[in-house]
Each structure stands twice: as C-alpha cells, then as structure tokens.
Design a binder for this molecule. Structure first.
Ligand code: ADP
Ligand code: MG
Length: 690
C-alpha cells in the first residue's frame, strides 16, 4: 500500500469572470500521507473550498496534476471522476447536506447503493457505521428531527461508510457549539486511523490545533505553518515542515521515501489507539470488484423520491389523470354510443329497399294505382326476404302547409308544414311505423279516392292538437279527415310529420312527384332484394326503377366513429398538453428546490447521467400514477354512464393502451428537460456557496 495518499503539484485555479482574472490557487504543491489529519486554514475567500473541490474531484484545476492513491486523476473523464469519488473520497460539509426525505440510515446507505452493494449489505454496513459514531439509536430519524451535532455525525457516517481514502471536511464544526465540535473532532481523529487521510478546512484555531499538520492558504500560496507536537517528537521536525510541505516539490523522491518511513511512526500511535474500534471494512474491499449499479440505483432512488412526495405528485399529475381519462372515456363513449346508433340504424335502415323511378316523367296518380294493382307489384312478394311492400307517391312536389282550420292567414299557431304523400295501405308496415291511434286506411278508401289520412305523430305534436275521431285538418281549403296517427321511425327523418293519404288521391292544381316502391326485408336480405326487385316489378322495363340499398352497417358505424373520435381526441390532446405543462413546471421547480440534494448525490459519486435518469424516472413514475388513476376514472365513468343509460359499454383494448402510452409519453417528454437541467447541476456551486 502506498504511503502517499495525495500528491498534487502545481495546482492552479484561475476564475476568469470576463473582466478580471482571479488567481485563487497559484502553483500549489501538496503531499498528504495516509493516517494524517490535516487542517487547512486561511482567511475567507483565500481558496480553501476551491482546493478541497479540486482534491475531491468536484472541479478540475486550471493547471497542475494530482495523484490520488497512486492513480493520476488529472485527466480523468467525468465518469471515472464520479467513480473515483464514489470509491475513494468522502465529503463532510458545514451545513450537513443530508437528504431530507430520507432517514438517517437511508442517508448513510446511499453511497453504498451507488456502489452497487446488495440491500442487506447496505443496511448492515450503514447500521454499523451509525453505531460506531454513537448514532445507532437514531437511525430511523429524519434529518428534520436531529440536532446539529447529530446531523453532522450522520453526515460523517455517510462520508465514511464506503471507507474512503480521503475524507474532505469543509468547516465541519462551523455550525456546532464547542462541545459538539469536540465530539466531532474526536470522531474524525478516531476514524482517520491509518488507512485514511482527513483534510479539515477550518477557521477555528482550536480545530487546527487538534490536527497533525496545519496548512495556511494566503494569496494563492499554501504554507505549512505548524507541525504538531507528535510530528516533532517523532523527529519529523523541520524537514517535515519543508519536505511534506509545500514549495519543496523538487526533491519529491527523496521526500517521499523519507515520509514513507516517518508516516508509519506518525500514524503509529493513532493506529494503535483506534484500531480496536474500527470495524472490518467491507465496502473498501468490495470497491473495484463490485460493479457500480448507477442505473438501477437511480431508478430505485426515483421511486423512493416519488413515494416521499406522494400527495404533491398526485396533484402534479392531475392534468395527466384528466387527459388520460378524457382520452379513454371519450373514445370509449363514442364506441359505446356509436354502438347504440348503429344498432338503431341496423334495425331500420339495413332492412329497407326503396325503388325509385329513373324516368323523369313521373307516373300520374292513376298510373301509380295501376302499378300497385299490377302483377309486377304482386310479384315482389315472391322475392326472398321481402316482408312488406308499398307504393308511395308524393301528392305535391314540395311540403305543404297543414292547418287546423280553413285559414289563409300566414300568422297563426295552428299551421305547420309537412310532406303530403299518397300510398298503398301497406306503407306503415313497410316503413315500420305503428298506427298508434285510430286506424289506417284500406283498399276501400283507395278505391273511393277518400280524402282521409293517417298523419305522423310529429306533425300532430307540432300542431298542438290531440287526435279525436273525426279530426279534420286542412291543406289550403281542402279538408282531410284524420283516421289515425302513426309513430315516427327515427331512421326516416325526412318523413317525420308526413301526411299519408290513400294512393290515387290527388290535390287540385298539383301534379305530384315520382312514384317509388318501399320494401321491408328480413335482416341481411336487402342487397339481394335490391338487385332483383327492379326486374320483378317491371319485367319488360327493368331500368324504369332503380333500387337504393342501405349502407352496410359496419361502414356506417365507422363514419360515425371517425368524426366523433377526431373531435374527442382533440379535446384529450389539449388536456394532456396541459398535463405535460403541469408536470414540466412542477419538476423544474423541484429541480431548483432539490439542487442541494442533487449536489450531494454528485459529491457522493453519482454520475450526472444517473441524476438525469433519476429525474426522468421520477417524471415517468409520476405520470404513470396519473395514467393509472386516469384509466380507473375512465372505466368507472364509462360503466356508470352506460348503466344509467342502459347501454352496452364498449371499450376497446387499444383505446386503453393508447391512453396508457400517451400518459407515459407525456411524463417522459415533460420530465426530460427538467432532468437534463438537474444533470447539469454544479455540485460545487450548490454545496459550497450555499
Ligand atoms: P474560502 O473557502 O477560502 O472562503 P473559496 O475557495 O470559496 O474561498 O473562494 C475563493 C475565491 O474564489 C473567492 O474569491 C471566490 O469568489 C472565488 N470563486 C470560488 N468559486 C468560484 C467560481 N466557481 N467562479 C468564480 N469565482 C469563484
Ligand atoms: Mg469555503
């Protein structure tokens, strides 16, 4: 084992703020041996913390080289620096910098977790360390309930649990009273043992006095101002002042050999006095053998952090909850409703074939009656699947005004407009309308050309009258006796409120419109009937009538779905966007709030990429909670709405999947920028200058 722990040469740190070059360290040479406890003193702003940050690999020097435990760390890449920090360096700060949401034990476990130790190993080692520092009884306490002295002991335990080679303390007693300071100093002395070098930055002369060596920083130069009595006694004497000290880097080799033998004698007394209390050092032995598990640890840490801020994170994710719920619910509702609509259409429209005249010369009323009485119309009954048939002919070319009294005035309540149709008695069955009141007309009415009618319920309602036998309505001055009222068929919206007269009845001054034949079919027969009916009706002139067949129910459903879905997807997209903004905002604030925590993690040896991973994972986890809640909410709402409306809920799996992916993607996208910011945190700035 090399005796020299740190050998730094020509360390120079220059801060250039654009206007002024601030030379904080000016070619500082420094050699520290294992077993030494060294104080660095100097006026405020002299560069003590800066030196500590360089030794701790938190910030690279402008110039100079540094060999730590036999390894040149000068030109290491950030990943190796992080790893070296993790394995060989411990930090203790004036303001403790414990992670607030973790217990004392969890704080101490953290470096071991980053090192990749198993759960139980971490726990055992952390417990041992806390016991060693007399904090075993407080291991479940959170930092907020600990006193300053206790916090500092936990912080020291965290720094030492991985058994580092170098312990760097920046004003470790700065926030403590003299009794606690004494305790901390005793602990540091005890823990330094002979395998570790402890550097203590302090402005307290008493603290400096407790150390083996005192180095003073002033004007960028480091000077050894005093060697302790122990060193003097052991004959390190004047040479130590020069040799291990500062400007004597020239005779490095000689000094090194000299120091090697001397250091043993220096640390000798310490080693004997402290070794009984020093427990075995599992972590140190594991270093280098165990694979560092920064990725997995980052994920575990993310889960930990999210669960500690559960209430707040649920609020944060409310936008995602609503977005995902809207997405799934709207999509689910649209398929459910479309199912109902399509069912309605399926029943009425898919079982209806209409044959319309292709000829521009409309049949006259008499010709229509002839058609209805002819062999072609009768032949339609023999087509497979035809259940009802009727001939229909508009009495007038447009809609007519129907009034309750023979009245010519334009403005009075009892007038509405509706189509005036003449038809064979089978029309209501063919159009699946029921005679709700009174009765329908028959062949006799047709033969006598009676001015009687069955009217649609909608027209009667609009007129505001109720049906009674003998009810008479007027078209112009022509009275029509209403025999009955027919229900409306929702799929025949253009015929709502129609007035049906017996076929053959005409209206003076009106030619009427083209004749058509309406056929009701059994389910699935419509297409076939549509193909055969024109020929059956007019064997000599099959082209005279053309069949219109209802659209396939599936395509109808798709059209309805598509339009609704685009609209509703838009709505949920906007909600999700709001959710994303919410998450991004909260996490940006969180990154600022948790700068210290991030700084501590980096100082402990976490990689910047690990920090990015942790914060991204936190955002995704947060939005995952929102996604889960959103899905549950949507399912609940869909079930309730369907139950109330007596619908059959239809929810497609891909809709739920789509919602889940959207929710998680929102978390990842919204979290990535804050996470990137977190990864760029400068630990020096957050920890030292706080
Ligand atoms: P000490 O710990 O001895 O009080 P520091 O090492 O914190 O002093 O600071 C030494 C000098 O370097 C101060 O003048 C400080 O303003 C400057 N300094 C430290 N860090 C930075 C930085 N990141 N950028 C610019 N100047 C810095
Ligand atoms: Mg400082």
């Amino acid at each position: 084992m090399p005796q020299v722990c740190i050998d730094a040469r020509g360390l120079t740190q220059v801060f250039d703020d654009g206007h002024r070059r601030n030379v904080v360290l000016d070619h500082v040479d420094l050699r520290l041996d294992f077993g030494e406890m060294v104080a660095v003193v100097g006026p405020s702003g002299s560069g003590k913390s800066t030196l500590l940050n360089i030794l701790g690999l938190l910030s690279p020097p402008s110039e100079g080289t540094c060999i730590l435990d036999g390894v040149d760390v000068t030109a290491m890449d950030p990943g190796d620096r992080a790893r070296t920090r993790l394995e060989k360096i411990g930090f203790v700060f004036q303001s403790f910098h414990l992670i607030d949401h973790k217990t004392a034990l969890a704080n101490v476990e953290l470096p071991l977790k980053y090192l990749g130790l198993g759960k139980q190993e971490c726990k055992d080692a952390a417990h041992r360390m806390l016991d060693e520092l007399g904090m075993g009884h407080r291991s479940d306490a959170r930092p907020s309930v600990l006193s300053g002295g206790e916090k500092q002991r936990v912080a020291i335990a965290r720094a030492l649990v991985s058994r580092p080679k170098v312990l760097l303390c920046d004003e470790p007693t700065g926030s403590l009273d003299s009794r606690r300071s004494t305790e901390v100093l005793e602990i540091l002395r005890e823990q330094t043992g002979c395998h570790q070098t402890t550097v203590i930055v302090t402005h307290d002369p008493w603290v400096a006095e407790q150390c083996d060596r005192v180095l003073t920083l002033a004007d960028g130069r480091l000077v050894e101002t005093r060697a302790t009595d122990v060193v003097m006694v052991d004959g390190r004497g004047t040479e130590a002042g020069v040799g291990t000290g500062i400007e004597a880097g020239v005779d490095g080799d000689e000094a090194a050999t000299g120091a090697a033998t001397e250091t043993i004698s220096v640390s000798g007394p310490n080693a004997t006095s402290t070794s009984p209390t020093r427990t075995p050092v599992p972590a140190r032995e594991l270093n280098g053998r165990k694979r560092e598990k920064w990725f997995r640890t980052s994920l575990v840490e993310a889960a930990d952090a999210v669960s500690c801020r559960l209430r707040r994170n649920i609020l944060t994710t409310l936008g995602v909850v609503l977005g995902v719920a809207t997405l799934i619910l709207t999509s689910g509702l649209s398929t459910t409703i479309a199912g109902q609509i399509s069912d309605a259409f399926d029943v009425f429209r898919a079982q209806r074939v209409v044959l319309t005249q292709t000829n521009r010369d409309a049949l006259t009323a008499d010709q229509a009656v002839e058609l209805a009485a002819g062999p072609g119309f009768a032949a339609l009954d023999r087509l497979n699947g035809v259940t009802a048939k009727a001939v229909v002919r508009p009495v007038t070319s447009g809609v007519e005004t129907v009034t309750t009294v023979p009245e010519q005035r334009q403005q009075f309540d009892g007038r509405v407009q509706g189509p005036l149709l003449s038809a064979t008695p089978g029309i209501f069955e063919a159009q699946r309308q029921r005679i709700e009141e009174g009765r329908g007309f028959d062949e006799g009415h047709m033969a006598r050309r009676d001015r009687v009618a069955v009217i649609g319920r909608a027209l009667l309602n609009s007129l505001g009258v109720t049906w009674t036998p003998g009810l008479t309505l007027y078209v112009g001055t022509v009275p029509i006796t209403v025999m009955g009222v027919a229900s409306e068929n929702p799929s025949l919206s253009d015929k709502h409120g129609a007035v049906y007269l017996p076929l053959g009845v005409g209206l003076e001054g009106h030619d009427g419109g083209p004749t058509s034949v309406v056929l009701a079919t059994t389910p699935g027969a419509a297409s076939q009937v549509g193909r055969e009916a024109p020929t059956a009706l007019m064997p000599d002139k099959p082209g005279a009538f053309a069949a219109s067949v209802p659209p396939e129910p599936e395509s109808l459903r798709r059209v309805v779905d598509q339009q609704q879905r685009y609209l509703l997807l838009g709505v949920s997209g906007v909600t999700l966007l709001l959710g994303a903004i919410g998450i991004m905002n909260t996490f940006l604030v969180a990154v600022l709030e948790r700068r210290k925590e991030v700084g501590v993690r980096l100082a402990l040896g976490a990689r910047p990429l690990g920090i990015v991973t942790q914060f991204s994972a936190e955002a995704v986890l947060t939005s995952a909670m929102g996604t889960g809640l959103g899905i549950a909410l949507a399912l609940d709402a869909l079930a309730t709405i369907s139950l109330v409306n007596h619908w059959q809920p239809v929810l497609r799996m891909d809709t739920v999947l789509c919602g889940a992916i959207a929710g998680l993607a929102v978390g990842l996208l919204a979290g990535s920028y804050p996470a990137w910011r977190a990864g760029r945190t400068d630990p020096v700035e957050t920890l030292m200058h706080a």
